[in-house]
Design a protein around this ligand. Sequence first.
Ligand code: NAD
Ligand code: TDX
Length: 336
Amino acid sequence: MNILVTGGAGFIGSNFINYILSERDDVFIVNLDKLTYAGNLENLKPSEGKKNYQFVRGDITNNELVDYLFKKYSIKNVINFAAESHVDRSILGSEVFYRTNVIGTNVLLEASRRYNIDKFLQVSTDEVYGSLGATGLFTEQTPITTNSPYSSSKAAADLMVQAFHHTYGLPVVITRCSNNYGQLQFPEKLIPLMILNCLKDKKLPVYGDGMNVRDWIYVIDHNKAVELVFEKGRVGEVYNIGASREMANIQIVKLILNKLGKTEDLIEYVKDRPGHDRRYAIDSTKIQTELGWKPSFEFEQAMEYTIDWYLANKTWWERIISGEYQKYYEVQYGNR
Ligand code: NAD
Ligand code: TDX
């Protein structure tokens, strides 16, 4: 089975490819990734050199390239991870978010239609459902309500994917997952950012009152769910993915401080993120009852692996933070 995986050099996509290729030899994966600031080929060391793996550097918005790859590799399946993925960056500048997340998805859908593919899986997010109050959960029926340029670009892509199913009969499935954590996550996101700042005794910038809630899932659990939906999900359907682990941001920060033996003086409450969604929480009953998925990693344990991974892989993150990321950090947080 030939699968075009896009964005496979990023956090979730590289964990996906490494996981799939360590488990299966009935797939041939072409990884199309632009290698933006977030893409890192080092993430794919375990897969490099495998005969059923091919990396291609390129942009999903490039029609000619995408067409060429579908033809050359007889692509019959697409799993679209490629995206601009960071909410704060979308607030600083939205254009590239719409270009990659919307136009890029359109290019992939058009090629999928031309080549009459068997399955198109769109990797989406719970952020398309907007924000919850103190109670309630997002189900697949929750109306789309987006608040950031990032989430609106992901929602636009989801609607387009569904339109291609309704109009052209393209065999699509969509997954909407909650916040991921784990090895290889770019240190602009909450958990790796706080781990690295702690290790360097830098202030920990907590937005607003620190009481915004996210529902955390270990990246491998997300990827196993993506694999299952890809294999067995009903065409045209949306599947929520989440591990029912709601945490206020400040609880996450204190857990990291505690594990690294640092004190709470490092915490600094900073100006809130504009339009900051208050709470996300996923109801994953559908994937559990229909496809038999359930998360297998326990939160405290998987957070422990994650923190240990950053401790053991200093050269990985030092190389990252010495480059482009440093400029972004200064714009976002000043010289803290
Ligand atoms: P990431 O930012 O770590 O990786 C994104 C990858 O896409 C990078 O390798 C980058 O080089 C590549 N890319 C960006 N623009 C591209 C383009 N125009 N053409 C080709 N490649 C391009 O993101 P991530 O956290 O791994 O997220 C992967 C997907 O999962 C995204 O679609 C995101 O919306 C979704 N998602 C993420 C989370 C999360 O918590 N991180 C949760 C739910 C859903
Ligand atoms: O420095 C920070 N301080 C802080 O308080 C950062 C980077 C974040 N936060 C807060 C904002 C959020 O409430 O932590 C929470 C998590 O923030 P992010 O890691 O930026 O994730 P979030 O905005 O929730 O979006 C993530 O989950 C859904 C991913 O980045 C998206 O790609 C995914 O779709």
